[in-house]
Design a binder for this molecule. Structure first.
Ligand code: GLA
Length: 408
């Protein structure tokens, strides 16, 4: 190769490297989109149960029916858990018309019969698909079949769709989610739309306009308080709350940040850690989608998942996601505005030792001179009047959730 040709080849190489370096920014550019009007659903964060965290692909109609029965019998339904969602692996192929087919061995009665069963129980029915060619478990997904699949879901009586992001090479996230949102709306059936692209393209900026009711903000949750899983790919509770901290402004009635489904009861954390996980999700106005085996849960797990006053914080109609006011090596303080001028404060002990944290109200933008009546939301107990500061005695990895009401 002479020097001229070499130079030409070298600058071509530099140019392609530059283009490659820019490619992600170009490929993921935000599009100016038509803002879809809200679909009127999920005015408070959705609550329900999903098969993935506990069962993965090992699902069948008997198991799902048993979970539906247990959601009712345990009191979970009455506590607000209304959506039963089957995640990946229910689907196996498409028929000659391109219609999606369920695994006939695992769901011999078909999806419509399962949906009917769930509805008769007074629950709502959710299903899972993916914006790519295949789901994360290699099952047929919805790319190119959006309207056909949405119509099928509507025929089956689906009330909620979780739409994942595996195998989506060369697909624009915003456009893909808009397409499915439009397809769902075209059915005329009210269907909650859950975006699951793990926060890769900042869905909090465009998810609501694209027609979504909730969007995942992080990688998959790992059933651990502070250790991430799968070589850092799966996020612990502390990883997730760190990533949610800057996103409060994007959440509100009808459109929520989704820090992933609950691990409460799946065995990887202590009860204090699960209480912190659940309490933090409530502070974050997160969808409360249980992911344990409800049919075989312990009384301690049931008590956490059905903690009435913690759920009320999550479901507060104002829909204001908590903001983090303090973060040190060993503790954090989060504040959430509630209806009726009330305030929820969560004080979290990250250290392995018990500690007592005194929180001054001034730095939380609250009055330092007025009195508040204080309630311990986990203990469901009034603590009397308090002015200026609040003291929390915390076990390792534990937390306190206080609800403050201005005294008359
Ligand atoms: C992804 C999602 C999970 C779950 C699995 C199913 O990892 O983030 O929540 O749906 O796919 O394969």
């Amino acid at each position: 190769m002479n020097i001229q040709a070499w130079r030409g080849w070298f600058s071509a190489l530099l140019l392609s490297l530059a283009v490659l370096a820019m490619a992600p920014a170009v490929a993921h550019a935000e599009y100016p989109i038509k803002v879809r009007p809200p679909n009127g659903l999920a005015l408070t964060p959705p609550m329900g149960w999903n098969s993935w965290n506990r069962f993965g692909c090992d699902i069948d109609e008997a198991k799902i029916r048993a979970e539906a029965d247990a959601l009712v019998a345990s009191g979970m339904k009455d506590a607000g858990y209304s959506y039963l969602i089957i995640d990946d692996c229910w689907q196996v192929s498409r028929d000659g018309h391109g219609d999606i087919l369920a695994d006939a061995k695992r769901f011999p009665s078909g999806i419509k019969a399962l949906s009917d069963y769930i509805h008769i129980k007074g629950l709502k029915f959710g299903i899972y698909s993916d914006a790519g060619d295949f789901t994360c478990q290699g099952r047929p997904a919805s790319r190119g079949h959006e309207y056909q699949d949405a119509a099928q879901y509507a025929r089956w009586g689906v009330d909620y769709l979780k739409y994942d992001w595996c195998n989506t090479e060369n697909v624009n996230a915003q456009v893909a989610y808009e397409t499915m949102a439009d397809a769902l709306r075209a059915t005329g059936r009210p269907i909650v739309f859950s975006l699951c692209e793990w926060g890769l393209h900042q869905p909090w900026k465009w998810g609501a306009a694209a027609g979504g009711n909730l969007w995942r903000t992080t990688n998959d949750i790992w059933d651990s308080f502070n250790v991430s899983g799968h070589y850092g790919e799966w996020s612990s509770v502390l990883d997730i709350i760190d990533q949610e901290a800057p996103l409060a402004a994007y959440a509100g009635p009808g459109h929520w940040n989704d820090p992933d489904m609950l691990e409460v009861g799946n065995g990887g954390m202590s009860l204090d850690e699960y209480r912190t996980h659940f309490g933090m999700w409530a502070m974050l106005s997160a969808p409360l989608i249980a992911g344990n085996d409800v049919a075989h849960m312990t009384p301690e797990t049931a008590k956490i998942l059905m903690a009435k006053e913690i759920i009320a914080i999550d479901q507060d109609p104002v829909g204001s996601q908590a903001r983090r006011y303090e973060k040190s090596q060993t503790f954090e303080v989060w504040k959430k505005n509630l209806s009726g001028g009330r305030t929820a404060i969560l004080v979290l002990n990250k250290s392995d030792q018990p500690q007592t944290v005194t929180t001054a109200l001034g730095p939380l933008d609250m009055s330092t001179t007025k009195s508040f009546s204080v309630r311990d939301a986990w203990a469901e107990a009034d603590q009397g009047l308090m002015t200026g500061e609040i003291k929390s005695t915390l076990p390792p990895h534990g937390s306190k959730v206080w609800v403050l009401t201005p005294a008359k």
